[in-house]
Structure formats: structure tokens, C-alpha cells
Design a protein around this ligand. Structure first.
Ligand SMILES: Nc1ncnc2c1ncn2[C@@H]1O[C@H](COP(=O)(O)OP(=O)(O)O)[C@@H](O)[C@H]1O
Ligand SMILES: [Mg+2]
Length: 171
């Protein structure tokens, strides 16, 4: 991914795990049923931390853990103000075919938000319009780059505005 900020991408520095969770929460508050968020970045980069924030932003209260032994965790909304979250970790899959053979793409049409850790591995199985997030770094500071699909510039601008007022985040 090109590391530049334009009208459909944002690159920021998160100064702590709490700040990364805040990024997730702000992003989550702008997500709609049917959105797919692909998370890329090495082990320990902060993909699950970011997802925990997204769950909060979607109005969910359940804790988000790493789906290490299952490929997908379902977090179902308990009231109409919240949105379902389907949290995938496809690290153990080899490719898009394996994903499709398991029928996991059926989740894309279930009216929730899908967040896919290691989504790059199954990129060919994904629809064209995904929100792509790449996390990098190992110390307390992490770089987070978000890219919205073509035509989604308004949501990107709203997120940038929210992030610019947030503690521990340097846009
Ligand atoms: N700025 C930061 N953003 C995210 N995580 C951070 C940050 N600084 C330290 N950490 C730590 O890095 C780890 C990230 O773990 P996790 O989210 O499970 O990674 P992944 O899901 O990408 O493998 C956590 O232990 C978290 O506390
Ligand atoms: Mg993880």
C-alpha cells in the first residue's frame, strides 16, 4: 500500500494500544452493515486491538479476543442500536480458494460488518470495495494506514476529522 495521505487514505501514528483502540472505535462508529475491513500487518502489530475498538464503535459490549482456533467469531448485536460484527483471522488459511471452499464468504451477505485479520491472504475472495488497514511497527508507537474505496471520500474525511481531535493519535 502506498503510504500517503490523499482524499481516500489516512496514515497516522498511534502512541499506545489505547490510542489504537480509539482509532478502531472511531472507525467502527462510521461503519455500516455490509462493510468489509481488511487488516494487514505482522503478528502483534495491533490488528486485534484495533478490532476491539471497532466492536465498541459498533455498539457491542462483548469482549473481542483473537480467533486463533476458530476462523471467525460472531459478535451479535443485542439491541437495534448496535451492528453485528464477524471477526475473522485467516492466518491459517493458505489462499482465497480455501476461504471460498469453506463457504466463509456467506458472511459477507449477513448484514453485519466483517473484519478480516490477515485478509491479504484471501484478497482474491474479497469484493472490490473493502476498507483496507495496514498496521506496522513494534514499539509503543504504531503506524496505521487506512484506505477507503473509490467513492468513499466523504467517510474518509469524517474519520480524519474525528481522529484529529483524538488523544494519542497524530494524523
Ligand atoms: N500503539 C499500539 N497499538 C496497538 N498495540 C500496541 C501498541 N503499543 C503496544 N501494543 C501492544 O501490541 C500488541 C498487539 O497485539 P494484537 O492486537 O493481538 O496484534 P495482532 O492481532 O496484530 O497480532 C498488544 O499486546 C498491545 O498491547
Ligand atoms: Mg490478532
Amino acid at each position: 500500500m502506498t503510504k500517503r495521505t490523499d482524499d481516500h487514505s489516512i496514515c497516522l501514528i498511534s502512541e499506545s494500544a489505547e490510542a489504537t483502540e480509539r482509532v478502531g472505535s472511531l472507525l467502527g462508529s462510521l461503519l455500516c452493515p455490509g462493510d468489509i475491513v481488511v487488516l494487514d500487518g505482522d503478528l502483534g502489530a495491533g490488528k486485534t486491538v484495533l478490532t476491539r475498538g471497532m466492536a465498541r464503535g459498533l455498539g457491542l459490549t462483548e469482549d473481542v479476543a483473537s480467533p486463533t482456533y476458530t476462523l471467525v467469531f460472531e459478535h451479535l448485536a443485542e439491541d437495534s442500536a448496535a451492528t453485528d460484527l464477524f471477526h475473522f483471522d485467516v492466518y491459517r488459511l493458505n489462499d482465497a480458494d480455501e476461504f471460498l471452499m469453506s463457504g466463509l464468504d456467506e458472511y459477507f451477505d449477513r448484514g453485519g460488518v466483517c473484519v478480516i485479520e490477515w485478509g491479504r491472504k484471501i484478497f482474491d475472495a474479497l469484493p472490490a470495495s473493502v476498507i483496507y488497514v495496514e498496521l506496522s511497527g513494534v514499539g509503543p508507537e504504531r503506524e496505521v494506514c487506512l484506505r477507503f474505496p473509490e467513492g468513499d471520500e466523504e467517510r474518509c474525511a469524517r474519520l480524519r476529522e474525528l481522529l484529529s481531535h483524538s488523544e494519542g493519535i497524530r494524523v
